[in-house]
Design a protein around this ligand. Structure first.
Ligand code: ADP
Length: 171
């Protein structure tokens, strides 16, 4: 019997993308034939980069890592994740897990998406070294000048530095 082609979407804020997200993406590429990184607007999180900027930053990274990133693409989306998933004919939603604390929220989200649209969520656990990495903390530490260069790609580090320099000038 032939294997089914599996398309996944990886929805998130990615403000900015971190090595933790990339770790999940690398692992997921071994499981899925196609992966669409879907940059959404989070209604509850303060944004540092616009969705368009985030898409551009991720697209640059994918282009840099092209040899191993075939089958991966990035887009922005608005509205319900499950509607976007249906529009893209995605088979599954991919989410990353860092710790047990993530599980409670992610479990609720996955159950809701399944009951609303019948779509399954697949979870991939990150490497232990990124178990504490979150975009929110990266933004906070970077804004105060802390060294987070080992937790994000170099190009993202440079974009963060530029953004905070610009914001400081405006103060
Ligand atoms: P959202 O606002 O949708 O939670 P995030 O960009 O914060 O968007 O996260 C997107 C997904 O990536 C979520 O499933 C989140 O749990 C996961 N994630 C975030 N940081 C990490 C990390 N360091 N390791 C593994 N998964 C992560």
């Amino acid at each position: 019997m032939g294997r089914k082609f599996v398309r996944a979407i990886f929805p998130g804020s990615f403000d900015p993308i971190t090595n933790g997200h990339l770790d999940v993406i690398n692992r997921a590429m071994k499981l899925f034939d196609e992966l669409i990184i879907a940059v959404g607007r989070s209604p509850v999180k303060n944004q540092l980069f616009t969705p368009e900027e985030r898409v551009e930053m991720i697209a640059e990274l994918i282009a840099e890592l092209t040899a191993d990133m075939s089958g991966v693409s990035v887009e922005a989306f608005e509205g319900l994740t499950v509607e976007y998933a249906a529009q893209k004919k995605a088979d599954v939603i991919l989410r990353g897990l860092r710790s047990l604390t993530d599980v409670q929220y992610e479990f609720q989200l996955a159950m809701t998406n399944r009951s609303v649209a019948g779509i399954e969520t697949v979870f991939v656990m990150t490497s232990e070294q990124y178990g504490f990495t979150s975009s929110t903390l990266i933004r906070e530490v970077a804004s105060l000048g802390g060294n987070i260069s080992h937790l994000i790609p170099k190009s993202i580090y440079n974009r963060l530095q530029e953004r905070f320099k610009k914001l400081k000038k405006q103060e």
